[in-house]
Design a protein around this ligand. Structure first.
Ligand code: C5P
Length: 229
């Protein structure tokens, strides 16, 4: 995007995994390095936006010039997103754990006696779907991610409609995706953009930094299109 394209705008980005505690020493999580989400936050900041980055636990630093809100669980992420709104653009790149345990044991679950514990799981709130469905104060542009291992475009189209977001970024996270180093945790990504008209734009494999740069440029174009309409 051109310099200052997002000056005066607020961009909210979620990134990283969430950790759902089982007891004080164990948790349920998923494979997400935060690299794509953090790169998007960095690109938005470079374009002049005020950026709030709500991130689960990751091993990489927050990019310069963004307001980091560190969280652990999906419910904390939802509260942080609520507190950060309103925003002009909200990009949900976090890999949120779909489930949490129904109880968070205050004491470490012991192995002795009784066999393995039964973990009952309950569903976490869908942060993206909740924000996309807002009646008042909805961000002008709500962007989601879909990590799929098969039927990538068909599943991502259905997911975009189900979640109600304006743009869905689909990526193939299967071992056979052909992306060097793998998408999860790797430096590169190959994505398809699916918009509300079900149009698909496929970008070639490139660095996550470049995906971020191009995604922010795409958001700028779409945001400007909205204000002209
Ligand atoms: O349903 P699924 O997890 O595949 O959806 C992925 C998209 O939804 C991502 O944009 C992710 O950040 C978002 N999401 C969310 N809250 C959840 C689950 C997913 O915001 N509880």
């Amino acid at each position: 995007p051109r310099d200052g394209a997002l000056a005066g705008r607020h961009v909210l980005v979620t990134s990283g995994p969430t950790h759902e505690p089982i007891d004080p020493v164990r948790y349920i999580a998923n494979r997400s390095s935060g690299r794509q989400g953090h790169a998007i936050a960095a690109a938005a900041a470079r374009a002049g936006a005020r950026v709030t980055l709500v991130s689960g636990p990751v091993g990489i630093p927050a990019p310069p010039g963004v307001d980091l809100v560190p969280v652990e669980t999906a419910r904390q992420m939802q509260a942080a997103v609520d507190a950060a709104l309103p925003a002009d653009i909200a990009i949900f790149a976090a890999a949120v754990a779909d489930w949490r345990t129904d109880r968070d044991a205050a004491r470490k679950i012991k192995k002795v006696g009784g066999g393995p514990p039964a973990l009952a799981l309950v569903e976490n709130p869908d942060i993206l779907a909740t924000v996309a469905a807002m009646r008042a104060g909805r961000p002008a542009l709500v962007v989601g991610f879909a990590a799929e291992t098969h039927d990538v475009i068909a599943l991502a189209r259905a997911k975009r409609a189900r979640k109600g977001c304006d743009l869905m970024i689909a990526n193939d996270v299967s071992a056979g995706s052909g992306v060097a180093g793998g998408v999860m945790g790797g430096a590169r990504n190959a994505v398809h953009l699916i918009d509300a008209g079900d149009a698909v734009i496929s970008w070639p494999e490139m660095d996550k930094d470049m995906v971020a740069e191009r995604l922010i440029a795409e958001c700028v174009t779409r945001l400007e299109g909205l204000s002209e309409a």
